[in-house]
Design a protein around this ligand. Structure first.
Ligand code: ADP
Ligand code: MG
Length: 305
């Protein structure tokens, strides 16, 4: 089957009304809502590197969209559409059917359209998605605004995906295969959070990016980390390691003043939030356990490391 029939069969769908021109021409056309800024990001998934080789096609499709929507969420942006650059070793119809279904399931859940892309043959299965979203002028939440005295907060639970990767078949593998981008929460934090990042490479490393960009430090209370009880039951130190260095969580880590946290708590939230620490003048990331200093060696995921 040739490139065009693959696109036609698996990826072309009727465009939503807010897409002026979708798949089928040389480029797509989108009319930005007035006074909004375009927020764009791209993320690539390489087979065997970003997901285990036996991951289902459906999960790969879901995850390739979800990781990008998570990046948009981390800016406070409302997701709009994606482009898909797909490199396939062979044309496997069962795989393409599962993959496109997973991709559209994620798109549908978050109101996103697939508006274009590219399809090529290559030895390695590689999926690169570009995501577009909107935000009101000047409202984006960057990594650079953390203030001394702010709370450090995290959505949901962390460490699940890293644990799932080490224990394939465990129910927590679901969190590795089907991450949930926190799109709604990200938008709720506009005007409230002082800085934000999505946790993809481990909380310690990703929070480190906020600290560096904001030129501050933080102290985290290890007993506050929202970690699944089944991880803590096995081994507490190992559980901290999954939570701080594991990665693939796709939760939002943000900083917020105590006053704004009060305002946020009065809103309807679709995911639990936990205060895990505080921003400090002293740079660097420190850990405490039950009020005592608790030094830990943590290394997040890095390509080429
Ligand atoms: P061109 O040769 O002009 O780059 P292509 O033949 O690559 O165009 O693509 C034809 C149309 O199909 C374009 O609108 C492109 O955006 C879309 N397209 C190609 N591959 C994909 C894909 N994997 N998913 C979604 N749209 C795709
Ligand atoms: Mg092309």
């Amino acid at each position: 089957m040739a490139e065009f029939s693959i696109i036609e069969r698996y990826f072309k769908r009727a465009s939503k009304s807010d897409v002026s021109l979708g798949i089928g021409d040389d480029s797509a056309i989108v009319t930005p809502p007035s006074s909004q800024q375009l927020v764009i990001c791209a993320d690539t998934l390489v087979a065997g590197r970003h997901f285990p080789l036996d991951t289902t096609a459906h999960a790969i499709g879901w995850k390739s969209v979800a990781v990008n929507l998570s990046d948009l969420a981390a800016m406070g942006a409302k997701p709009h559409s994606i482009l898909l650059a797909l490199s396939l070793p062979t044309v496997d119809h069962d795989w393409l059917a599962g993959f496109s279904q997973g991709l559209f399931d994620c798109c549908d859940q978050f109101g996103v359209s697939l508006i274009g892309g590219d399809t090529t043959q290559s030895t390695q299965l590689t999926i690169s998605v570009t995501a577009l979203g909107w935000i009101e002028q000047g409202q984006a939440i960057t990594r650079a605004g953390a203030q001394v005295g702010d709370y450090v907060c995290i959505s949901g639970q962390i460490g699940d995906a890293a644990f799932g990767l080490q224990h394939l078949g465990h129910p927590l593998q679901q969190r590795l295969d089907y991450p949930t981008p926190r799109c709604h929460l990200g938008q709720q934090l506009k005007g409230l959070a002082s800085s934000m990042i999505d946790v993809s490479d481990g909380l310690a490393q990703d929070l480190g990016h906020i600290l560096n960009a904001s030129k501050v430090g933080a102290t985290l209370q290890l007993e506050q980390l929202p970690i699944d009880q089944s991880l803590k039951n096995i081994n507490l130190r190992q559980a901290w390691h999954y939570a701080l260095a594991g990665g693939d969580d796709y939760e939002l880590c943000f900083t917020i003043s105590p006053q704004n946290f009060e305002k946020l708590s009065r809103q309807q939230l679709d995911i639990p939030l936990t205060i895990i620490g505080k921003i400090t003048q002293q740079t660097g990331l420190l850990f405490e356990y039950m009020g005592e200093n608790c030094p830990l060696q943590i290394h997040g995921y890095q390509h080429f490391a």
